[in-house]
Design a binder for this molecule. Structure first.
Ligand code: AQP
Length: 331
C-alpha cells in the first residue's frame, strides 16, 4: 500500500455548482498529476457548510463533484477519491489542531476578513476553516498542495500549525509545500475581471458553470466585458481580454503570443466566438460523461466507498499518532 511517490492532497467544496474556474484552475491540472504523484482528491463537504447549504442541494452537488472528477479524467484506480465527511479523522484532527492554533493568526486571514465583512452573524466555522484545511492536508502526510494564489495564506498557516505541533510533541507531520503548477490559471469574473470567477458570484453572467449548456456558454462569452481598445493583447490595461486569452490558453495550450498574432486586426467578435467554441468543445464531452455518471449512483457509491476505506486507513494512522503524543489513553 505504501508508495515512494510524493503525496498530493486537494479538494473542492460542493458549495455551489462548479465553474470553469474550478475546472481550469484545479481539476484539469490534477489530471496531469495523477501519473507522477500519489494523489488524494477529496470533495470537501465539511468545508462547504461554513456557509449555509440546502441539504438536498449539498447531497446532489457532492455526488456531482465526484462525477466531475471522474468525467474530467481522474482515474479512481490511480488516485484516492473520497468525500471528506466519510473520514471522521478530519473533524477529530481539526479539533486537536485548533488547540495548537492562535486566534490572532486565524483572524488575520484575508479570506475570513473578506467573507465576514458584510455580515452581522459570522459563523465560527469561517474563522476555523484553515484549521480544518490543515487537518485535511496533514493527515495524509502530504508533501505538495496545489494551491491557487488565493489559498497560499491557508497553506502557510497549515505549515505553521504543523511545525508548532511537531515542536511541542515531536515529529508527527510532514511539512507541506505549495505545488505551483505551470498552468495554474486564475480565471476571472467575466463581468468584473478584477474579481476571481467564483461559484458564489452574484451575477450569473460573470461565471461559466461546468454544466452550462453550449448556448449559455456562447451567450456569456459574447457578453463578457472587454474594452474599447479593440486589439487582442495580453496586458493589465485590458483585463477582460486578458481573462479570455487566459481561458483560451488554458484550454488549447496556444501561447499568448500566438493568440495575439492570430487575432491581429480581427477585433473582438471573432476572438470571442473562438473562445466560446473552445470552451464548448472542452466541456461538452465532459458534460455527457457527468450525466452518465450521475445516472450510475451505485458506481459512484462504489468509488467513494473504496476511496474512503483507503483514506480512513491513512488518516486514522496519523490521528492515532497525534492522540498518543498529546497524552490520550490508546483505545
Ligand atoms: N476562478 C478560479 N480560477 C482558478 N482557480 C480557481 N479555483 C476556484 N476558482 C478559481 C480553484 O478551485 C479549487 C477549489 O475551490 P473551492 O471550491 O474549494 O473554493 P474556492 O477557491 O473558494 O472556489 P469558489 O468557486 O470561489 O467557491 P466559493 O464561491 O464557494 O468560495 C481551488 O484549488 C481553487 O484555487
Amino acid at each position: 500500500m505504501e508508495s515512494n511517490k510524493k503525496v498530493i492532497f486537494s479538494g473542492i467544496q460542493p458549495s455551489g455548482d462548479l465553474t470553469l474556474g474550478n475546472y481550469l484552475g484545479a481539476i484539469k491540472n490534477w489530471v496531469k498529476l495523477q501519473e507522477e504523484y500519489e494523489c488524494y482528491f477529496c470533495v470537501v463537504d465539511l468545508h462547504a457548510i461554513t456557509v449555509k447549504q440546502e441539504p438536498k442541494d449539498l447531497r446532489r452537488r457532492t455526488l456531482e463533484v465526484l462525477a466531475i472528477y471522474l468525467a474530467s479524467g481522474i482515474d479512481p484506480e490511480k488516485n484516492t477519491m473520497f468525500i471528506q465527511s466519510h473520514v471522521s479523522a478530519h473533524s477529530e484532527a481539526a479539533w486537536l489542531l485548533t488547540c495548537s492554533t492562535y486566534m490572532g493568526e486565524l483572524s488575520r486571514m484575508t479570506q475570513f476578513k473578506e467573507k465576514s465583512k458584510n455580515s452581522e452573524s459570522i459563523g465560527a466555522g469561517l474563522l476555523t476553516y484553515p484549521v480544518l484545511m490543515a487537518a485535511d492536508i496533514l493527515l495524509y502526510q502530504t508533501n505538495l498542495v496545489p494551491v491557487g494564489k488565493d489559498q497560499t495564506q491557508h497553506l502557510e498557516i497549515a505549515r505553521d500549525i504543523a511545525e508548532r505541533f511537531n515542536k511541542t510533541y515531536s515529529d508527527t507531520f510532514v511539512i507541506p509545500e505549495p505545488y505551483i503548477g505551470k498552468l495554474g490559471a486564475k480565471i476571472m469574473d467575466l463581468q468584473e475581471p478584477t474579481n476571481k470567477m467564483s461559484k458564489s458570484g452574484e451575477n450569473v453572467n460573470g461565471f461559466i458553470l461546468i454544466m452550462d449548456p453550449p448556448e449559455v456558454i456562447r451567450k456569456k462569452v459574447n457578453r463578457a466585458v472587454t474594452d474599447s481598445v479593440g486589439i487582442v493583447k495580453y496586458n493589465d490595461e485590458q483585463l477582460g481580454v486578458k481573462n479570455l486569452m487566459t481561458i483560451l490558453m488554458a484550454i488549447t495550450g496556444i501561447s499568448m503570443g500566438e493568440i495575439e498574432a492570430k487575432y491581429d486586426g480581427l477585433g473582438y467578435a471573432q476572438f470571442k466566438k473562438d473562445v466560446a467554441e473552445a470552451i464548448v468543445a472542452e466541456l461538452e464531452p465532459i458534460q455527457i460523461k457527468i450525466n452518465e455518471y450521475m445516472g450510475q449512483k451505485s458506481y459512484l457509491e462504489e468509488i467513494y466507498k473504496k476511496g474512503s476505506e483507503k483514506a480512513n486507513y491513512v488518516a486514522n494512522k496519523t490521528l492515532r499518532k497525534m492522540q498518543k503524543k498529546i497524552g490520550f489513553i490508546p483505545r
